[in-house]
Design a protein around this ligand. Structure first.
Ligand code: NDP
Length: 243
C-alpha cells in the first residue's frame, strides 16, 4: 500500500528525543524523507536507526538552533536537492527554570527567547520560499497551554510560547493566499524529559507518550489538512482545533 507521505520532504527540529523524535519517526513511517536536527548526535543516530528499520531514510543535521547563521544555511542544500520543503515541524524548545520572574536569570530568559521564539522566526525567514514551492506546504510549531495561562513561576517559558503563538498566527495570515499553511500544536502533558524537569515527582506512566501524540498529529502534515492559523490541542488521544 502506498504510504500517505511518500515523496514528501519534512524538516523536524528537536528530533533527538521526546516529541520531536517521535514525530520524525512517524513522518518517516508514512514515507516522508526526514531532515532531522538537534544538538545530540547520539539521539539523531538512534532516530536514523529507527527510520532505516522502517525502510526509509533520513538526513541528519546536528545543529544548535541558537546558531541562526546555521539555520540560514539549511535552505540552500534543501533547495539544491529537492527544490521544496513540504513539512516543517518547529518543535525544539526549552523550559528554562520555573522560578519567580525576579529570580529568573537574564541568560535563561535570553535562551528561552532565542530557542523557543527567535529560532522559529529564523526558520520561517529562511525556509518560506521552499515551503511555498511545495504544492501543499505544512508548517506545525509546538506550543504549550502555558502560552495562555498566567501561572506563577512559569513566566519565562509562558512568555516565549505566547510570542511563538503570535509569530505563527501572523505568518499563517500572510500565507492565506498561498498553498501553504501554518498551525500550532499544543501537546498537553507528554512523558518526556522536559515534562520530568517541570514535574519531577510525577509518575510518567500516567501520561500520553510522544508516540501517541505523533499518531494524532500526523494528520496535520497531510496535503489534505485545511486548517491555517489554528491551535490544535491534544487531549484524550485526539486533536481538537481551536481558532
Ligand atoms: P525534550 O526536552 O524531551 O526535547 C527537546 C528537544 O529540543 C530535544 O530534541 C533537544 O535536542 C531540542 N533542543 C533544545 N535546545 C536546543 C538547541 N539549543 N538546539 C537544538 N535543539 C535543541 O522536550 P519535549 O519533547 O517535551 O518538548 C518538545 C516541544 O514540546 C517543546 O517545544 C516543548 O516546549 C513542547 N511541549 C512539551 C510538553 C510536554 O509535556 N512534554 C507540553 C507542552 C509543550 P538537543 O538537546 O539534542 O539539542
Amino acid at each position: 500500500m502506498a504510504k500517505s507521505l511518500a515523496g514528501r520532504i519534512a524538516l523536524v527540529t528537536g528530533a533527538s528525543r521526546g516529541i520531536g523524535k517521535a514525530i520524525a519517526l512517524r513522518l518517516a513511517q508514512e514515507g516522508a524523507h526526514v531532515i532531522a536536527t538537534a544538538r545530540t548526535v547520539g539521539g539523531l543516530e538512534e532516530l536514523d536507526d529507527d527510520i532505516q528499520a522502517s525502510g526509509e531514510s533520513a538526513t541528519l543535521v546536528p545543529l544548535d538552533i541558537k546558531d541562526f547563521a546555521g539555520i540560514d544555511r539549511l535552505g540552500t542544500p534543501i533547495a539544491e536537492r529537492w527544490g521544496k520543503l513540504d513539512i516543517l515541524v518547529g518543535n525544539a524548545g526549552i523550559l528554562g527554570s520555573l522560578t519567580p520572574l525576579q529570580h529568573l536569570k537574564p541568560e535563561t530568559f535570553d535562551d528561552l527567547m532565542a530557542i523557543n521564539v527567535m529560532a522559529n522566526y529564523r526558520l520561517i525567514r529562511s525556509l518560506e520560499p521552499l515551503i511555498k514551492a511545495s504544492d501543499a506546504g505544512r508548517a506545525i510549531f509546538v506550543t504549550s497551554g502555558a502560552a495562555h495561562k498566567a501561572r506563577a513561576y512559569w513566566g519565562g517559558y509562558a512568555v516565549s510560547k505566547a510570542a511563538l503563538d503570535m509569530l505563527v498566527r501572523t505568518w499563517a495570515a500572510e500565507l492565506e493566499t498561498t498553498n501553504a499553511t501554518a498551525n500550532l500544536l499544543n501537546p498537553g502533558p507528554i512523558a518526556t524529559r522536559m515534562r520530568r524537569q517541570a514535574m519531577p515527582g510525577e509518575d510518567q506512566k500516567t501520561l500520553p507518550t510522544p508516540e501517541q501524540l505523533a499518531d494524532a498529529m500526523i494528520s496535520l502534515c497531510s496535503a489534505d489538512a485545511t486548517s491555517n492559523g489554528a491551535v490544535h490541542d491534544f487531549k484524550d488521544g485526539v486533536l481538537i482545533q481551536r481558532n
